[in-house]
Design a binder for this molecule. Structure first.
Ligand SMILES: [Fe+2]
Ligand SMILES: [Fe+2]
Length: 276
């Protein structure tokens, strides 16, 4: 059993090119392949976009396949493919960009297969693609570039914590508070959460004590300054068009847009931007 499957949170180290000045991460989740409302067109565009530049990457945050099984939630007669075919489609679809996948975790839809049959599809995908896997959550450290703190050989370092998400929510506030809670639990630069099928970005800053100290001239006391550290909270969107379950249950239609996380390391200080 790998360390990531023992349940204790560890971080996976991803070393990217020292030549990169920026790294773009386009996280994907809630593809729900096998659902009749799945949009092939949007997934094809997302994969083409990630493949288009060497500094573009993704992290796969669960619910990649629909995974309706006997006795589970969902209507098995509406499912467009058997779970075996869903597994193979996702595996093959991402194979051309397997080296751009920074990590994988499990959604509640794949969890149905784990619970029913003790088969972890997400672990099997991660093994096929050769990328890190964490079942309930995954933490990665990304390093790239040079020039951090004005040292030419020092890379920029960013931490990303991702987990699929849980429970129900209908309002933006109820959806976003879940990623806000996540951000109180683990120290990271980026928090990724999915499941609510509604992309959003919340920008935050927190104040971290700097390791270095100095003598305050007026009091003679030893003091230190506080650094303002970016803390970005990202909810990823879905690849499901309006209809079927969401219409039946009265959920709002949601944008099928992507979120772009820009890790910037070209001016001596690490910065994070998120765009939709
Ligand atoms: Fe989902
Ligand atoms: Fe989900």
């Amino acid at each position: 059993m790998s360390d990531a499957l023992k349940g204790e949170l560890i971080f996976h180290c991803i070393e990217l090119s020292p030549k990169f000045e920026q790294v773009i991460i386009i996280p994907l989740s809630d593809i729900h392949f096998g659902n009749p409302m799945f949009s092939h067109h949007h997934l094809d565009n997302a994969i083409d976009l990630i493949a288009s530049k060497p500094n573009h990457f993704t992290l796969l945050n669960g619910d990649l396949a629909e995974c309706v099984v006997k006795g589970s939630k969902g209507d098995i007669s509406e499912q467009t493919n058997k779970v075996q075919a869903q597994f193979e489609y996702i595996r093959d679809k991402f194979m051309p960009i397997k080296d751009r996948i920074l990590g994988v975790d499990q959604g509640n839809h794949e969890e149905r297969i784990s619970e029913a049959a003790q088969i972890d599809l997400c672990d099997m995908w991660a093994k096929a693609w050769g990328c890190p896997y964490g079942r309930e959550e995954i933490m990665i450290r990304v390093r790239f570039g040079g020039g951090n703190s004005r040292h030419p050989d020092q890379p920029y370092v960013f931490f990303i914590h991702a987990t699929h998400g849980y429970g129900g929510a209908r309002t933006k506030g109820a959806k976003n508070v879940k990623v806000e809670r996540q951000s109180h639990q683990v120290h990271a630069d980026i928090y990724l959460q999915s499941h609510d099928h509604d992309a959003s970005v919340q920008a935050g800053v927190y104040l971290m004590p700097h390791a270095r100290t100095y003598t305050d001239k007026s009091t003679g006391r030893t003091v230190g300054s506080m650094l303002a550290v970016d803390k970005k909270l990202v909810k990823t969107g879905a690849f499901l068009k309006r209809g079927g379950y969401s219409a039946r249950k009265g959920y709002d239609p949601v944008s099928l847009g992507l979120t772009y996380i820009k890790l910037i390391g070209d001016h001596g200080h690490p910065r994070v931007r998120v765009e939709m």
